[in-house]
Design a binder for this molecule. Sequence first.
Ligand code: DGI
Ligand code: FE
Ligand code: FE
Length: 202
Amino acid sequence: MNHKISKINRKLEKELDKERYEHTQGVMYTAAALAMCHGEDVDRALLAGLLHDCAKCIPAQKKLRLCEKYHLDISAVERDNPSLLHAKLGAYLAGKKYHISDQGILYAIKSHTTGRPGMSLLEKIIYIADYMEPGRAELPNTAKVRQLAFHDIDECLYCILEGSLAYLKSRSIPIDMMTEKTYDFYKQQLGKEKYSKSQEDI
Ligand code: DGI
Ligand code: FE
Ligand code: FE
């Protein structure tokens, strides 16, 4: 690990609870493996993976206060579910507190919870690594996601989006507009509409 990464790692260990810190390590190394596989810069993947949840352990009300203080947009769904704000607040803090100037890394942190239409390779890697890192509790599509991640990254992304949306809907959790937009974008891009009936049958 290079010097910059290990310095941030030590700082983060103090900011996060043990479970979140361990998840962060898992995301960091999974992102590095995906970067090796798909030709992304490995250090960028390590850094984005390491920092993606840097704002996660800030209490909800403080997340809201900090977003207001830093003039970060807060949607109605985010106001009701401040946990969602850890992504955009994390991107802001990664720049301000951890001195990351690489905008691509900041984007990957910002989009890691809801995704966004037209994600970069690094954004896809972090979004996927967050879902499939070894410490993450396994979900019905985890095995499929872990396989797809190394041979069809867009199919993998779609598989996660589809599963997450179904999960949120089944529990009547309000869906963030960006989650919906991302799903619609990749559904169309991958030509899923015309196959959706037969996919349901599988
Ligand atoms: O921070 P992590 O737990 O590692 O993972 P994450 O950043 O993907 O956050 C996962 C949480 O975000 C999970 O509890 C579901 C929630 N989430 C994701 N998309 C939406 C959402 N919650 C709401 N209300 N609406 C969404 O669209
Ligand atoms: Fe997160
Ligand atoms: Fe995470």
